[in-house]
Design a protein around this ligand. Structure first.
Ligand code: GLN
Ligand code: ZN
Length: 770
């Protein structure tokens, strides 16, 4: 049984790549210096994997920015607008690369970056390939060869990793009409075969072609593309061993396609697609071939220790049918989505030894893969490593740190009625109209105000004990009061307290809820140099005490106007954390929902009459396969409703969404039944409103009238125009006026100017209606 790995994190265990990239972009280091850091990370990664005993180690899994961008450069899919940066000199290659990744404003040129979007259902983002009709391809970047050679010089015969041709095409976007991207396969395949031939001639024995699109819904034409692609590849390099890697889900209806591919090995993800194993073992074409099966038993996307018992069960099922020689063992997916190394977590106060003992990061996952291979043939009951592993699993199953009977009891007691407000929206709207006395086209903002260096320093100094809690709170109160005065002066109708006390909208709540742990160094790449450090939800979640009431009550006490309470919703908290794998996501979402519900009720008790529960990540949780959408949307919507429904009709519940398109889930958004939703639309010129032509959104809504992602101050006219557009499909009494997201990344002067214009736009609109 051969152990192998699909890919290793490339940010460096101390985020070296992030630092070096950012220094390079700001001109503080040169290209050689950057490449030196990159090379060092690659070497360390290879060494780490070799030392762990991994049989087949990947290369070309490293990337300076993104592996899909690398692929576009490898096959020369460079959009027209960047062609002026191609000049054949290798010292310019990085300019082109980063221009595609981040845009280019220099020497009179102003080139947009390529679009970025989520990599399947992970929180990693890739750069979307752009295709034109009859797109031509050629080998442009030699990266895959250079990295292979580099490893070879270190004495490591690696398995180069490339994104497979079908998935590569399917991830791209047609930039003009009149063709389908999959039709480009014919043009693309000769480049792939040349690359593979070249790798073979340089001594490669194995190549990994990633085809995660095999876990998506595919058309017959797309399935057929797989047959053509791999038949062509097989013919061109008959002796090179090809491993096709699928991950993030089960093969399901694509299984017959995958099982027949004329390749040497197929990798399946057993952490998210368990059903593929028995189906493949039963599949004649596969079982009776000589193809190898790579079992992805160690979760590449979470931080929990592998349960060796479970992995070994999969292996023995497979050995039974295929025999040991036809098996390979690996993580489920690339380890790109795991933090680097648990050994860096040395602060026992931040991460207690008990919780740490349940966890495993990328480096530890390598050891797990190797250990599992070894255990497959031994007497388990006598094996110390196995016993130790099972003890850790057992302690997680029973630990009172995790399992709180009263939380579970409360969860099972949730009933349908808990998901419903007292009355339906029409009645609530009437009551709120009378009680809240808001004008037509009420204005508000989304929650946060600019996080100045000064505000950040306050939080940092509190953490370092350079400020006492008392001193810190005095300063935060000052910030709140001055922002209230400022909002009143501008004439905003529903004020916010500004979120100055919050580092991050999920972390802030995670730190105040039980069942959450944090790491010091558990960074995962989100895109380019951007990394996130998700909280770890390890146990039953409850709210030991109010989390935001003090600040919101203080703010409300300091203004005659309404001040919104501001919370993060259960689905977003779930989505942006590492979650438990020992209970369904739904249960965790509901536990968080109950905790937020308690906070909502307490805010109401404290006199807060408008409460916003942000759910920007609701769409991100959508399963990869359409058939699973409705089940997810049902519980996601219910978790939100659970968090919101504990208050009286007169309390106005808002929600906020951003970062994605919502048109195709608009009915679920309506089902959340928030009294008001503020939603991002301005970047697409209110494209969202198209959905309203066929679906009349029942509740109040504030489609963002300006894009907060840019420092540009929008004019009054622009915003009036957008609002008028909105009025065509939204009844006047339901329309709110607001920016499209929180303002924490902006500076004060532009924020003030933009909001001033926004209020003028609202006033003009009111005059128009009178
Ligand atoms: N209330 C949050 C803020 O304004 C919402 C952030 C978000 O939608 N991502 O910062
Ligand atoms: Zn937002």
């Amino acid at each position: 049984m051969l152990s192998h790995n699909l890919g290793y994190p490339r940010i460096g265990s101390r985020r070296e790549l992030k630092r070096a990239s950012e220094k390079f972009w700001s001109g503080k280091i040169d290209r050689e210096e950057l490449q030196k850091v990159a090379r060092k990370i690659r070497h360390e990664n290879w060494e780490t994997q070799r030392a762990a005993g991994i049989g087949l180690i990947p290369s070309n899994d490293f990337s300076l920015y993104d592996q899909v961008l690398d692929m576009s450069l490898t096959v020369g899919a460079i959009p027209e607008r960047y062609h002026q940066l191609i000049d054949g000199k290798s010292n310019k290659e990085l300019d082109l690369y980063y221009a595609m990744a981040r845009g280019y404003q220099r020497g009179g040129l102003d080139l947009n970056a390529m679009e970025m979007t989520k990599w399947f259902d992970t929180n990693y983002h890739y750069l979307v390939p752009e295709f034109v009709k009859n797109q031509q391809f050629r080998i442009y970047s030699e990266k895959v060869f250079l990295e292979f050679e580099d490893a070879l010089q270190k004495g490591i015969l690696t398995k180069p990793v490339l994104l497979g041709p079908v998935t590569y095409l399917l991830l791209g976007k047609e930039k003009e009409e009149g063709f389908e991207k999959i039709d480009l396969l014919e043009n693309l395949l000769p480049v792939y075969t040349s690359i593979l031939k070249e790798l073979y001639s340089r001594g490669a024995q194995w190549v990994q072609l990633d085809e995660p699109a095999l876990v998506l819904d595919l058309t017959e034409k797309q399935k057929h593309a797989y047959e053509i692609a791999y038949a062509t590849i097989r013919k061109s390099v008959p002796k090179l061993k090809i491993l096709v890697a699928t991950y993030f889900g089960a093969l399901e209806d694509n299984l017959p396609t995958a099982a027949k591919l004329p390749v040497d090995a197929l990798h399946i993800d057993l952490t998210r697609g368990e059903s593929s194993l028995s189906a493949l073992l039963k599949h004649e074409d596969f079982a009776h071939s000589t193809r190898q099966l790579s079992l992805g038993v160690v979760d590449g996307r979470n931080i929990w220790k592998n349960n060796y018992r479970k992995s070994l069960d999969f292996i023995s099922q497979a050995i039974h049918v295929l025999g040991e020689d036809r098996l390979m063992i690996a993580p489920s997916s690339s380890l790109l989505h795991s933090p680097c190394d648990l050994d860096f977590e040395q602060d026992e106060i931040i991460l207690t030894p008990e919780i740490k003992n349940w966890m495993s990061f990328a480096k530890q996952k390598l050891a797990e893969v190797v250990e599992i291979c070894r255990l497959a043939g031994t007497d388990l009951l006598l094996d110390d490593a196995f016993i130790e592993n099972q003890n850790a699993i057992e302690s997680r199953r029973e630990s009172p740190l995790i399992h709180k009977p009263h939380v579970k009891t409360r969860l099972t007691a949730v009933k349908e009625a808990d998901l419903n407000r007292q009355n339906n929206f029409e009645i609530r709207q009437q009551i709120q109209l009378e009680k809240l006395k808001l004008p037509l086209f009420p204005s508000t903002t989304i929650g946060s105000f600019p996080q100045t260096d000064e505000v950040r320093l306050l939080r940092a100094n509190l953490k370092k004990n350079e400020l006492t809690l008392e001193q810190y709170e005095v300063r935060i109160r000052e910030e709140i009061v001055s922002s209230l005065r400022w909002q009143e002066e501008l004439g905003i109708d529903v004020l916010v307290h500004g979120e100055f006390e919050r580092n991050d909208m999920v972390e802030y709540f995670g730190e105040r809820l039980s069942g959450f742990a944090f790491t010091q160094n558990g960074w995962v790449q989100s895109y380019g140099s951007r990394c996130v450090k998700p909280p770890v939800i390890y146990g039953d979640v409850e709210r030991p005490e109010p989390m935001t009431v003090k600040w919101s009550a203080f703010a409300q006490a300091n203004s005659q106007k309404l001040v919104k309470g501001m919370l993060t919703g259960p689905v977003t908290i779930l989505q942006w954390s590492f979650v438990r794998d020992d209970q369904p996501r739904k249960d965790t979402a509901f536990q968080i929902g109950l905790a937020i519900r308690d906070e909502v009720v307490d805010l109401e008790k404290a006199g807060i009459r408008v409460i916003q529960i942000d759910e920007p990540a609701i769409r991100e949780g959508l399963p990869l396969r359409k058939t699973n959408w409705s089940a997810y949307l049902k519980w996601a919507v219910d978790a939100f409703r659970l968090s919101a429904a504990g208050v009286a009709d007169q309390t106005q519940i808002h929600t906020h969404m951003c970062y994605s398109e919502f048109n195709d889930i608009i009915d679920s958004i309506a089902a959340m039944d928030a009294d008001v939703i503020t939603i991002e639309t301005s970047r697409s010129q209110m494209e969202l409103l198209d959905a309203f032509a066929s679906f009349s959104y029942p509740n109040e809504i504030g489609p963002g009238v300006y894009d907060i992602h840019s420092p540009r101050v929008p004019t009054v006219d622009e915003m009036v125009l957008l609002l008028e557009k909105a009025l065509k499909v939204i009844p006047a009494r339901n329309l709110w006026v607001n920016p499209d997201c929180g303002l924490k990344t902006r500076k004060w002067p532009e924020t003030e100017a933009a909001l001033r214009n926004m209020i003028s736009a609202a006033n003009l609109l009111r005059e128009g209606v009178k």
